[in-house]
Every structure is written in C-alpha cells, then in structure tokens.
Design a protein around this ligand. Structure first.
Ligand SMILES: [Zn+2]
Ligand SMILES: [Zn+2]
Length: 193
C-alpha cells in the first residue's frame, strides 16, 4: 500500500482535480483493504479484488486508484444507488466488506476546522486526519458473484433476434422463446430518432 499523500497525487491526475470526495474515496478504499487484509492491491493481490461502487461521483474515481479495480477490467461494478458506499470483495478469502460514508462526517469536519471557510478545503483537511470509525461504517456481507461477472469470463456470444447486435456476458433476455438484448427487451435508455 502507498501512503495517502502518494495516492492523492495519482488520484488528482486520474480525476482532473483534488477534492474532498477524492480524499474520502481514497480513505474508503484504504479502509476496505485494511479490513480485508489486502496489502498489495497493485501487485501480488492484483487479481484478488472486485469492487462494487454505489454512486458516480468524485469518490468513485478515487477507488480504482487504491484497489486497481477498473470498469474495463470488469473488476469495478457500478450499482446506481446514489450512496457514498463501496463493497470490497476478496475473491481469495471469499470475504466482502461494505463501507459507507457516515452522514456525520461533514459536520465533524466543520467542528474540527471551523476556521477554514472554504467547505471543500475544510473537508479535505478533516478527511485526511479523521479516524476511519468517524468517517465510515462497515458491515461484513456476502456478495453472490456469478462466473459471468468475473474478469476474464469467456462465454458464448449471443445475437439479439430484434436488433441483431451482439450480446456478451450472458446479458441476453429470453422473451417468448426469442433471445433479446436488454434494450429490445424494454430497458432501453434512449429513443431512436
Ligand atoms: Zn472531484
Ligand atoms: Zn436488441
């Protein structure tokens, strides 16, 4: 593991700026690694982890900096629950821990640094120093991860009977005996013009 200061440099480069959310995300991931006993997420523990994130905000960008779990590697999973929380799954020990930012952390930052008027700077300073127990709550959980969710899954490709586009990772839906993509099955998030 690197130090928080070292991670901050990497996170700022990846995210485009340094902010309180980045510090929170870095600390959240470092806490998760500590709870799991993962010591070298970038090296020998590289393939041990899958991380679920529950919000698409600043903190989320910082998490792969520590865990090495990236969306394109299938090791980062996004569940859009709008919560500053992440679940770190250790595939080696089959243990998973969900870490959530405490609602009180902003208020605590205010109490610690009332003299810093700028909220972002106030929170950055506080989030660097606060105890994990002041920043986060955590629970040990079980996460069912199917084989098709794993990095490196090699499965059959399917073709949608409606749009003829290819579907990977068993994301097809069988409707009245037809193989459909999720889009044609009714989950389309866009309207064709
Ligand atoms: Zn940010
Ligand atoms: Zn389709």
């Amino acid at each position: 593991m690197r130090t928080l200061a070292e991670y901050e440099v990497l996170a700022a480069a990846a995210h485009g700026h340094m902010c309180a959310g980045q510090i929170l995300g870095l600390r959240m991931a470092m806490h998760g690694m500590e709870l799991l006993g993962v010591e070298d997420p970038e090296g020998s523990d590289r393939k041990r982890l899958v991380t679920f994130v529950e919000i698409d905000r600043c903190a989320t960008d910082a998490i792969p900096v520590v865990t090495g779990c990236r969306l394109g590697k299938r090791a980062l999973k996004f569940r859009d629950f709008g919560k500053v929380a992440a679940t770190f799954c250790d595939l080696q020990t089959q243990r998973s821990v969900r870490v959530v930012a405490r609602e009180s952390s902003k208020q605590r930052a205010k109490e610690l640094y009332p003299g810093i008027g700028d909220k972002n700077r106030q929170q950055m300073q506080a989030y660097r120093e606060m105890e994990p127990s002041d920043l986060f709550d955590h629970r040990w959980v079980r996460v069912e991860i199917g084989p098709e969710e794993f990095p490196g899954y090699k499965g059959q490709r399917h073709i949608c009977a409606e749009c003829a586009e290819g579907i990977n990772f068993e994301r097809q839906v069988i409707r009245d005996g037809r193989t459909l993509c999720r889009s044609c099955a009714g989950e389309r998030y866009y309207t064709l013009l």
